[in-house]
Design a protein around this ligand. Sequence first.
Ligand SMILES: NC(=O)c1ccc[n+]([C@@H]2O[C@H](COP(=O)([O-])OP(=O)(O)OC[C@H]3O[C@@H](n4cnc5c(N)ncnc54)[C@H](O)[C@@H]3O)[C@@H](O)[C@H]2O)c1
Length: 419
Amino acid sequence: MKKPHIANVNLSRTGEKRIEWAAMEMPVLRKIRDSFKKEKTLKGVSIACCLHVTTETANLVVALKDGGARVSLCASNPLSTQDDVAAALVKNHGIYVYAIKGENRSVYYRHILSALEIKPNITMDDGADLVTTIHQRKREYLRDVQAGTEETTTGVIRLRSMAASGVLDYPIIAVNEANTKHMFDNRYGTGQSTIDGILRATNRLLAGASFVVSGYGWCGRGLAMRARGMGASVIVTEVDPLRALEAVMDGFQVMPMPMAARKGDIFCTVTGDINVIDEKHFTLMKDGAMVCNSGHFNVEINIDALERLSVKKREIREYVVEYTLPTGRRIFLLGEGRLINLAAAEGHPASVMDMSFANQSLCAEYIVKSGEKMAKKVYSVPPEIDRKIAQMKLLSMGVKIDRLTARQREYLTSWQEGT
Ligand SMILES: NC(=O)c1ccc[n+]([C@@H]2O[C@H](COP(=O)([O-])OP(=O)(O)OC[C@H]3O[C@@H](n4cnc5c(N)ncnc54)[C@H](O)[C@@H]3O)[C@@H](O)[C@H]2O)c1
């Protein structure tokens, strides 16, 4: 393995304390870690992870290592690495980390190649860059890979496309599809942390602002809900009639982007799609409009078009670039159009990542136990894992629920009793 490549190992003390802080809010992962430690569930397994290098990810990779795995870690976005966390993982936990906040595209891919040198038996991806790199550039590693996991919607879309084209060479478990992942992480996690990112970048008052959310999927629902909670007047743009109808019934204004473009003060895309805010939309925006993205890749805002349209560009504060159009109107691009919650803030709160990463770790265990029987396709998370995590989370919160009686179970599985 290459030596770890991180920004500054001297940041490890701060990173360690922040990792500890996150751990306090991750009781489910903690329980899994204790059991991994005792059973050595992942003994001898090599795991390459391409995940946002945050305090929560640190707790995940340490749990994998405690289970007996060898672990390498690179970033799943050039702007999402927390350098102090990377330092603590290298200095105190023996994790092979290759990640530096603000790395350029070529360093980003070099880091992926370094992480792959661990010759993974399991890949853990967030966006599918690890899987696609192995398939396109490092096929010799395919021999050792038993299976992989995928954390996010965009990654699952790419992997399903690979499976449909017949090019996916090993099984993947779509962690994003667990209910205990997308219903909580994408909705409440993205909802809160995206607002956090926008506020840290701009310090803008949301009350009274017109806030445009593009995409009313799991992330969009959470973001729209939280923006409204801060007093913004929320507009939703959608392409799916069902989702648009849901947004209407949830009480939001729904309209096409060319109309929303004229009204919005703040725009945030969460679609997983390309050019959602495009050249023609920029020309319609008000002076001072702010645009950002919380979808996985930085393609949702057509930044090239904004660059072309502008006569002047300057960084006005950290994570905020001001573009001046020939009309004199200014548009502010936040966080280079990358995931604003990870670029300008710290990503999701630990309590929600507790469930996402409980899924990741239990899926790794599942692969070790059942990987040989799996086919080269994209699997959903086994429902028993999903239920177990929901139960563990409730237990950790001190919430009890009812149980079906024998009579109720019988009734719910019969058809004879009607009116
Ligand atoms: N910021 C984060 O930390 C974070 C967390 C989870 C997921 N994500 C990413 O966020 C994105 C959305 O994830 P999701 O789980 O909400 O997906 P989803 O599939 O549930 O929702 C996406 C929505 O966007 C809509 N859409 C697509 N193209 C559109 C367009 N041109 N205009 C308006 N709406 C459009 C779709 O109809 C859909 O309703 C993905 O890229 C995902 O990987 C980010």
